[in-house]
Design a protein around this ligand. Structure first.
Ligand code: NAD
Length: 496
């Protein structure tokens, strides 16, 4: 059986312990993944520290050339990488190709790094004195990533870290680790020197070794909120910069003036695409006033039309969940919702796919009359379950969203510009869609939620990514004419 090894200093490094990697569509173990610990992290930090010496001295042009080549390799190998992701995650190949495209956009952002990294220059701030600033890389930095976007979420991190002159250690999810190794190969083919991009696979022991290692300057984390809080606490306590993105419960609000067919179409795709395993998935539809009955009817029809099957079968809309535990957790949550008073309009439990009876499948579920005290509303289910909450007014919808501890994404479906403006100004959420269900920002903006969806203060990629992976220097310069011999002043310097 294939064992997925660590990747350190340009070489595959086998681990001593391993864990199983499953094919979620069949339920069968298909590979083993190395489980790293502090010794592996030490080796990776040593390699990345050595590589930093030369890489941080390379020119902006050399670094962007690697990114141009890497970008083209991601285009050329999109289908192959998409199939690798689909086989371990379960999502459809087209959906996996979509995440590669969105991740590649971050690489494209770094191809224009020369412009983004330009500093400021102030001429003659005082007589004969100029000031300029510039940014430098931090050193060795690390990324810890979730299972649900095994290509895109790491791509939010490493292209920016590497292009700005840092060296990088990735700790991918142990559930779908192969995409990371494939990307390491692409970097090598793109001409990236050994030791600049490294991978240590594993679970908590590998994470803990990263969080406490004195040679790592910054940690980027994306995953569930409890682990984001833990990572933020541990890594800041060990003197590191941290960006830590957490979980979500995303509401899509539908006003009575919205085109219900359009709204339901997009909410269905946002709720059940990738089996709901997206941090920007729509998990709550908030039906305002008269919109409710009509919306539920169309959503139910569309949920029943979702084609569930293996991710590599043509025509599949939605694949299995990532693990058996996830399948059981989601199906139990649907049962609990019913006992707590929700109406199950569409029941996805117990779905069997011919020829894939042991796969981790569950069908789309639609729950109506969900209230804020129910588990189905309070918990991030991270599965294909859409809860409908009914309210009377837009302001009640905004109040509901603001009272929720998460604040990653939200959407409003309406034809009213006034309502859209009121919504985007008043809602306590980081990423907002107007008639757009999954409003993931482009790579030249930054991605990040509010409240429990982002711990600390640093969103990811775009301008915030540049800021996170570099630190500024401000230089004040005077070149006195040799003949002048002005006395140095002892008072605190001011401009004159
Ligand atoms: P997770 O928190 O279980 O795992 C994330 C990473 O942390 C993995 O690399 C994992 O190995 C590691 N980890 C897990 N348990 C740990 C522990 N006890 N100590 C140290 N490290 C640990 O998340 P997941 O299940 O892989 O991914 C789904 C979650 O990620 C959802 O909550 C989803 O909303 C969130 N997510 C958020 C965003 C965002 O941008 N906000 C994006 C994608 C996913």
């Amino acid at each position: 059986m294939n064992t997925i090894a660590h990747w350190i200093d340009g070489q595959a490094v086998p681990g001593t312990d391993t864990a199983p990697v499953f094919n979620p569509a069949t339920g069968a173990e298909q590979a083993r993944v190395a489980l790293g610990g502090s010794a592996d992290v030490d080796t990776a930090v040593a390699a990345a520290t050595r590589a930093f010496e030369a890489w941080s001295e390379s020119s902006l042009s050399q670094r962007t050339q690697v990114m141009f080549a890497f970008r083209q390799l991601l285009v050329d190998h999109e289908e192959e990488l998409g199939r690798i992701i689909s086989a371990e995650h379960g999502k459809t190949v087209d959906d996996a190709r979509g995440e590669i495209t969105r991740g590649r956009e971050v690489v494209e952002f770094t191809c224009g790094l020369g412009d983004v990294l330009k500093g400021n220059f102030s001429d003659q701030v005082s007589r004969g004195v100029d000031v300029h600033d510039f940014r430098q890389p931090l050193g060795v930095v690390a990324g810890i990533t979730p299972f649900n976007f095994p290509a895109m979420v790491p791509l939010w991190m490493h292209p920016i870290a590497i292009a700005t002159g840092n060296t990088f250690i990735l700790k991918p999810s142990e559930r779908d680790p192969s995409a990371a190794n494939f990307v390491a190969e692409l970097y090598r083919k793109a001409g990236l020197p050994d030791g600049v991009f490294n991978i240590v696979h594993g679970g908590k022991p590998a994470v803990d070794a990263i969080l406490t290692h004195p040679g790592i300057r910054a940690v980027s984390f994306v995953g569930s909120t409890p682990i984001a809080k833990y990572v933020h606490e541990q890594a800041t306590a060990h003197g590191k910069r941290v960006q830590a993105l957490g979980g979500a419960k995303n509401h899509a609000v539908v006003l009575p003036d919205a085109d219900l067919e359009y709204a339901a179409n997009h909410i269905t795709a946002g709720a059940y695409g990738s089996a709901g395993e997206r941090c920007m998935a729509v998990s709550v539809a908030v039906a305002v006033g008269d919109a409710a009955d009509g919306l539920v009817e169309v959503l139910a029809r569309k949920a029943r039309e979702v084609k569930v099957g293996p991710g590599n079968a043509p025509g599949t809309d939605m694949g299995p969940l990532v693990t058996k535990a996830a399948q059981e957790r989601v199906e139990n949550a649907v049962g609990t919702a019913a006992t707590q008073g929700a109406t199950i309009v569409v029941d996805g439990r117990g779905l069997k796919i011919d020829g894939h009876e042991d796969g981790f499948f569950t069908g789309p579920s639609l729950l109506d009359h969900v209230t804020t005290d129910m588990d189905a509303y309070r918990e991030e289910l991270f599965g294909p379950v859409l809860a409908i909450v009914r309210v009377d007014t837009l302001d009640q919808a905004i109040h509901l969203i603001n009272a929720n501890p998460y604040g990653n994404g939200t959407a409003l479906f309406t034809t009213s510009g006034e309502a859209a403006r009121r919504f985007q100004r008043n809602v306590h959420v980081g990423m907002i869609g107007v008639n757009v269900p999954v409003p993931v920002p482009m790579s030249y903006y930054s991605f990040g939620g509010w409240k429990d969806s982002l711990i600390g203060d640093s969103p990811i990629h775009g301008p915030e990514g540049i800021r996170f992976y570099t630190r500024p220097k401000v230089v004040t310069t005077r070149w006195p004419q040799q003949a002048q011999s002005a006395a140095a002043g002892f008072d605190f310097p001011t401009s004159d």
